[in-house]
Design a protein around this ligand. Structure first.
Ligand SMILES: Nc1ncnc2c1ncn2[C@@H]1O[C@H](COP(=O)(O)OP(=O)(O)O)[C@@H](O)[C@H]1O
Ligand SMILES: [Mg+2]
Length: 243
């Protein structure tokens, strides 16, 4: 069953076309990787899916509903959650409170008491339960990333969008996170779209399907290994011109 659909989505910043006529769908329960070099339009694509920006052209559908013009706060309750490339904790609040906010404003629509319980559940899941009472601003970079994942999961999303969540992590932390994501994907039947600049290795372990972005356009889409071994992908990562 189809969860998300982008139809010919274009976003311009002045004269720059950051995302150019991109179309794809995400099925329920699917794990997709979006890869592409720096500046290829990945984060902008997330901002369009998430409602941070509205497209100049094209339409976006979630569970068949046209959400093209819905603001971010109206998309979250439908079942959309994302992490940010640069984690944004509410600095003065504790780690637990940060995660609880996700539960209150996401698809979970929890009360304050419920939200704190849900927060503990996901802090345990990502392995930072012992940091629950610590001010979020004081977490290590890795802990902040894990907190972002916990906050997104606490929203009880149908679609989880991860923006460079594994960047800067060491290989064993990446493996742990991938195992965790695979588990929650199965247990909670969520679709996960994970976007990465490098870390092709991590994407092969995680994604069933890959979309390659290049200069704002969708260059390729298909089964992970097939796409990542494609000569065009090898070329863009070596910085050569793609014809
Ligand atoms: N808010 C913005 N204003 C102007 N240009 C932007 C903005 N956001 C992104 N861009 C430009 O759009 C292009 C795509 O950027 P981005 O989506 O961040 O790529 P990626 O995440 O793949 O690195 C880049 O050329 C970037 O400089
Ligand atoms: Mg980016």
């Amino acid at each position: 069953m189809e969860l998300l659909r982008l139809e010919n989505v274009t976003k311009r910043f002045g004269g720059l076309v950051a995302v150019n006529k991109v179309s794809f769908t995400v099925e329920k329960g699917e794990a997709i990787g979006i890869v592409g070099p720096n500046g290829s339009g990945k984060t902008t694509l997330y901002n369009l899916i998430n409602g941070v920006y509205f497209p100049d052209e094209g339409r976006i559908y979630f569970e068949g509903q046209d959400i093209t013009e819905l603001p971010t706060h109206a998309r979250a309750p439908l079942g959309m959650a994302r992490t940010f490339q640069i984690p944004r904790p509410f600095g003065g609040a504790t780690t637990r409170e940060n995660v609880a906010v996700g539960a209150m404003f996401g698809h979970a629509k929890a009360s304050v008491d419920e939200a704190l319980e849900i927060a503990d559940e996901y802090l345990k899941l990502v392995g930072i339960y012992d940091k629950g009472d610590v001010e979020a601003a004081r977490l290590t970079p890795l802990e902040k990333k894990l907190m972002e994942v916990a906050r997104a999961l606490a929203m009880k999303p149908k679609l989880l969008l991860l923006d460079e969540v594994m960047a800067g992590m060491n290989p064993s932390d990446i493996d742990q996170l991938i195992e965790l994501l695979k588990r929650v994907k199965e247990e909670e039947d969520i679709s996960i779209v994970s976007m990465v600049e490098h870390l092709m290795h991590a994407i092969t372990k995680f994604a069933e399907r890959v979309i390659v972005m290049h200069q704002g356009e969708k260059l390729l889409e298909g089964p992970t290994m097939e796409v990542l071994n494609h000569p065009k992908v090898v070329e863009i990562y070596l910085g050569k011109k793609v014809v």
